[in-house]
Design a protein around this ligand. Sequence first.
Ligand SMILES: [Zn+2]
Length: 334
Amino acid sequence: MRDLTLLPKAELHVHLEGAMRVETVRELAERVGAPIPSGLVDGRWGFAGFDDFISQYTAMCALLGTIEDFRRIAYEFCEDEARTGVRYAEVVFSPSNHAPRLGDDWFGPIEAVLDGLEAGRRDFGVIARLAPDLVRDAGLELAERSLEVALKFGGRGVVALSAAGSERSGIAPFGPLFRRAKDSGLRSVPHAGEWAGPRNVWETLEHYLPDRIGHGVRAVDDPALVEHLAGTGIPLEISPVSNVATGVYGSLAEHPFRVLRDAGVTVTLNSDDPPMFGAWLTDVYRSARDTWSFDDADLAEIARSGVRASFADDEIKAEILAGIEAWLTEPSTA
Ligand SMILES: [Zn+2]
């Protein structure tokens, strides 16, 4: 068994705010005299289901009070991703979670994030690109502003538009925003079928023209949809540890990652919100190995899928793929 930390990985589904270190959350709360979010007890996060997770997440975002905080969390993110063997990451960031709190400053936070990511690239060698999201629960007006942010930085660190939130909001009303993003050269990577069922995925396919789908695991409940995903090759950004932590599945053993993979769907492994779920990407790969008995060749193939499904330049892809080959051909230590 090879060391999974050393396996070069691309991460396609991770939230910048959700990747905030526990110590940083504590420090920010102390600085403004705000309570630490109630889900964070003794250095560990816990959630009473998906809605509670969303409210804890929102409380944590509210602690980001200055532009410098954004630079800091982006820089720390790169250090933590490097430590877990990630070479390239596409990172969800939520402008609408911050602008209303920061004097309607829509561009300051993302500029600071891009600065922090650039410093992180220099110091830790991790390349990170952004996918700003529309938080649909916040309504169409804030979604329009989020799209403006994505478009302004398209080609300058932003590669895609995401959509997040509770999955209860209507899908179709936000469709024109994804069309505009795609017409401007951005890719479409919405969350869908995480908590809501297959219909949520079908509608997302129809209205958002996704290049990948965030989660998408509930597609497994509809054989026609599984067949469609396998046929089109649209990759799923799957985060099994996250899905268990938020209660979508009762255990990893019940999680459909392997079923989807065996059905020919392009699946990738991701952490989503690593400190909140107690698992960085290497831990996620380790749980996959333990749960589904993957061998090193399987895990290398899953890592390759992540690289191929990314929007990285060909040169970056080739370099990481070569690193994966090297990892696999080196003698195993156990
Ligand atoms: Zn997510």
